[in-house]
Write a protein that binds this ligand. Structure first.
Ligand code: UD1
Ligand code: MG
Length: 468
């Protein structure tokens, strides 16, 4: 039986180089705070316990934690003041039992694959019961990272930080990722021996390597060649570079599945994008949360689509904004939405529905073949099959206190510029004349016209402005 894994996430550092008032671990990558990515790794490993070390911006980080942890148990400990990565792990040790293995993750290293962490833990076990395992990587440009110093036999002797390194050490390209695993009892003893006699006057976690070596304990390096998985975020430039590298990878995966991207460099997936066969996505589209695009769906340029399902054969024309956060959005098969349309939570469009430019739909179901082609609002409405909803028409669903429903039965034609004052039901097959304000239910098949009587004043002169 492998020992249980306890995870410590370091999230107390100031992130000085970000030059931001927001704590570094709350900066976003692919739409989610860095810390959410790292918590996801702990979840992927089914960690027994996850301890987040907070310090700089602790209130904000701790307030964000329940949402970021996505249901997994966690505890926060404060590190005050922040005296280095080793000092940070020391704060977590009272919460960790000696029978486990501690896996240290950095809150600013967001893209490590769970398989890589599993392999690191396996390397730790393979190294023997006391072994210290480091995740390392070769970087063409190792600047800023701790270097892995090995002896002539290739055994790891130490990690030396950039600021403490000699010129020869700076030429080493193998760097420490910020991620290590060690038996908790051993780690506790090594941490107790740290000091701050170094260029930054900090207690470095990386110095546990020297103590392990001094104790004659095996130090194993699990070396990977995928730099993205261990890239740390220390500056806005690094954050942007990591975002682009991550998005590039997402785009490659989608294209490998057959998705046709007009330009893989102009796509942003900030969540999970699931695509059927023959999906085409034009440039500058942003997808957030879980979005499902069915077979043959086409998405035009400059669309933002969040928390939505678009069924087979539907077309989303350029500049459309869809946000289903909460109630979801469904676009039915062969439906056509946009350009410049807005679908809000609870917009459920049936097959072959058409939603045109400057039409907003919220919490409304539209049955097959219904159309609202121009400049309209449909909120809190139930719209029947083949309804034609004219330009400039709106549902007045809110009386200032409560929202009411509008029901438009099948085959109704609503002319231009109508106001449907909810609650109201328009009977099947009826017609509402242009410019009507409808406050009462209309019978099936009827023509309803509600207009103010025209007033004409002959020879009327518009008042002119007086000189004073
Ligand atoms: C650290 C490593 C370095 C490694 C690099 C990988 C040390 C001493 N150095 O350097 O070898 O190559 O990560 O990305 O460990 N933190 C705290 N409390 C503190 C200081 C930092 O919780 O007192 C947290 C930070 O919030 C961050 C993580 O620890 O999440 C790493 O700190 P950072 O300052 O970014 O260390 P690096 O200089 O990147
Ligand atoms: Mg860092």
């Amino acid at each position: 039986m492998p020992r249980p894994v306890d995870v410590v996430i370091l999230a107390a550092g100031k992130g000085t180089r970000m030059k931001s008032a927001l704590p570094k671990v709350l900066q976003r990558l692919a739409g989610r705070p860095l810390l959410a990515h790292v918590l996801g790794m702990a979840q992927g490993l089914s960690a027994r316990r996850t301890v987040v070390v907070t310090g700089h911006g602790a209130e904000a980080v701790e307030a964000a934690l329940p949402a970021l942890a996505d249901g997994q148990p966690w505890q926060a400990v404060r590190q005050e003041p922040q005296r280095g990565t080793g000092h940070a792990v020391q704060q977590a040790m009272p919460l960790l039992a000696d029978d486990g293995v501690t896996l240290v993750l950095s809150g600013d290293v967001p893209l490590t694959h769970p398989d890589t962490l599993a392999a690191l833990l396996a390397a730790q076990r393979a190294g023997g019961p006391d072994a210290l395992a480091l995740l390392t990587v070769d970087l063409a440009d190792p600047h800023g990272y701790g270097r892995v110093v090995r002896d002539e036999s290739g055994a790891v002797r130490a990690i030396v930080e950039e600021k403490d390194a000699s010129d020869a050490q700076r030429r080493i390209t193998e760097v420490y990722s910020g991620i290590l695993a060690a038996p908790t009892a051993r780690l506790r003893a090594w941490l107790a021996r740290l000091d701050d006699r170094n260029a930054q006057g900090e207690f470095y976690l990386t110095d546990v390597v020297r103590h392990a070596v001094a104790d004659g304990v095996p130090v194993v390096a699990h070396r990977i060649d995928d730099a993205l998985q261990v890239a740390g975020v220390n500056s806005p430039a690094q954050l942007a570079a990591l975002e682009r590298a991550h998005q590039h990878r997402v785009a490659q995966t989608l294209m490998a599945q057959g998705v046709r991207l007009a330009d893989p460099a102009r796509l942003d997936v900030r969540g999970e994008l699931v695509c059927g066969q023959d999906v085409e996505i034009d440039v500058n589209c942003v997808f957030e949360g879980r979005v499902v695009l069915g077979d043959g769906v086409r998405v035009g340029a400059n669309c933002v689509i969040a928390h939505a399902t678009v069924d087979a054969g539907a077309v989303i024309e350029p500049f459309t904004h869809i946000d289903g956060a909460g109630a979801g959005v469904v676009v039915g098969t062969q439906a056509r939405v946009g350009p410049f349309a807005r679908l809000r939570p609870g917009a459920w469009l049936g097959p072959e529905v058409h939603i045109g430019n400057f039409v907003e739909v919220k919490n409304a179901t539209l049955a097959a073949g219904a159309k609202a082609n121009h400049l309209a609002y449909l909120g809190d409405a139930t719209v029947g099959e083949r309804v034609n909803y004219g330009a400039g028409s709106i549902t007045a669903n809110y009386d200032g206190a409560r929202k009411h429903r509008t029901v438009i039965e099948a085959d109704v034609h609503v002319g231009s510029n109508c106001v449907l004052v909810a609650p109201v039901t328009l009977g099947a097959g009826g017609t509402v004349g242009a410019g009507s304000t409808v406050t009462k239910d209309t019978p099936a098949g009827a023509l309803t016209v509600v207009r103010a009587k025209a007033v004409t004043v002959p020879n009327w002169r518009r008042p002119t402005k007086s000189a004073d």
